[in-house]
Write a protein that binds this ligand. Sequence first.
Ligand SMILES: [Fe+2]
Length: 629
Amino acid sequence: MGGGRGTIATKASNILGVSAYYHDSAAALLKDGELVAAAQEERFSRKKHDARFPGNAIRYCLETENLRLTELDRIVFYDKPLLKFERLLETYLSFAPSGFRSFVAAMPIWLKEKLYLKTVLKNELAQLADCKPKDLPPLLFAEHHQSHAASAFFFSPFERAAVLCLDGVGEWATTSTWLGSGSDVEPLWEIDFPHSLGLLYSAFTYFTGFKVNSGEYKLMGLAPYGEPKYADLILDKLLDLKDDGTFRLDMQYFNYCTGLTMTNARFDALFGGPPRKPEGELTQREMDIAASIQVVTEEIVLRLARTLHEETGEKNLCLAGGVALNCVANGRVLREGPYDNIWIQPAAGDAGGAVGAAAVAWHDYDEQPRRRNGNDGAVADRMHGSYLGPRFAPEQIRAELDAMGAKYSVLDDDALFSTTAQQLADENVIGWFQGRMEFGPRALGGRSIIGDPRSAKMQSVMNLKIKYRESFRPFAPSVLSERVSDYFEQEAPSPYMLIVAPVREELRLDLTDEQQQLFGIERLKLKRSELPAITHVDYSARVQTVHEETNPRYHALLKAFEERTGCGVLVNTSFNVRGEPIVCTPTDAYRCFMRTEMDYLIVENFFLDKREQPAWDDDTSWQDEFELD
Ligand SMILES: [Fe+2]
């Protein structure tokens, strides 16, 4: 079925994209080619990086359009399970006999779920739809990197672009390049497993004692505390990097093909001893390793981006895949790379595969043309600011708050923005819950914890009393889009907080000779700029530009704060504690508010003061409820 290219289907078309069974399960709904809903399963199940069948996320997507699952035109899975199985089988066999043990260990999982994935998926969908598997809408499978590429290009503001997918591993490809034009995304070339930038970064995530597939962000945050003294060693021993950015890893240092860990004893010997134990003390070695792998990653990404530019001549670049969440590398591509514009899919990891898979079905399979949204600039993309999750009506918020015995007042918009701005200026920490929940790993002012970036104590208060997480981790700024270049060395919009830029020179504070001697974590305590809470130790910041068009309420709050203080920036961190998925419902938000030392909670127009709340009798401590990430 499907009309020919150039015609729009006359019947409403509903396509569900699904990503599952690997990490970060998600669902997305495309209605007549427009992305109307997308969410990750973890937000509903409250299990971080939940990889199970995303039944809750699918149910949510269907509810937004009042659809039954059987009314969908098609369902598209983001990955081809048999290709992945073939990779596993070939990998284990080619590394045999040393790979035999992990082969046996991994096999039962694959036999049970992955090999029969199509059957498993159909059964789960049928159960959700309360129908027989044969009565389900047609089920399609896109390829893993094709889903990433489609999520990057089709939702970008560009008519044409080069596309670079940087991933751990999909089926075989780990890095892939594409050319996007109109309604087509054509493959160019790829680098295949086991040579993987994502897995290389993950190997170091593991070695420095962080959790693979979630601790990569921490490793990136640690890098500015160290010196890249191992960078040459990495380039010498671990990989053969060509001028064009393509590379091969020397597999004798890695264990991920044959063992159950990422690195091995030979790797340990290169970096002066065994991996750091999780939650063990962070030493200068880990900081130097973090700085080193970060530099190498940036070098590879820059070289790949340049090669792709030479080959395609395109002035726009789209990025997706887990490595595209490395916002320090993205910032360098923007500033030093050959492209005029870059756009990064905000759900760059596997969750975004659900969005991409649905778009593959619409443009590639159904041959439907791509439409632009007619806006210019940053909001010209098709992601709706990534505000694609659930929203809550006042009656529902009131019911949830009442059920927990919460005490609140309801303010009109003007009072809400001005009161909140004043509380922020008084160094209070505020839970800010407005509109639709974000899709992708970053909170963008829909489910955020916010504070005053001028406050010297804000970084440690937020890390230790609110998030209960490692003190070295930096916080990100939300800035009025129209004022971004007043604070940062950046002009381009960054609505998804995926680009790191330097804080402007004029805002930086000079360090004394004595301060300059400080090493590693000692540097954290120094006041580095007029906006200390969002300035990392290397004077960088992970910028989110806030646009009136996509988030008018957050923009209005920033305006009110600016009127009061002259400062058009806020600290923005995700609304959760360490190990907890970002809050989804008012109930999640209130629980998180009461478990932490947050001062105020604002849920749409409901205003809650911590001092007025009844004693919180919560017998399940969050430390037991959420596994540390
Ligand atoms: Fe992926």
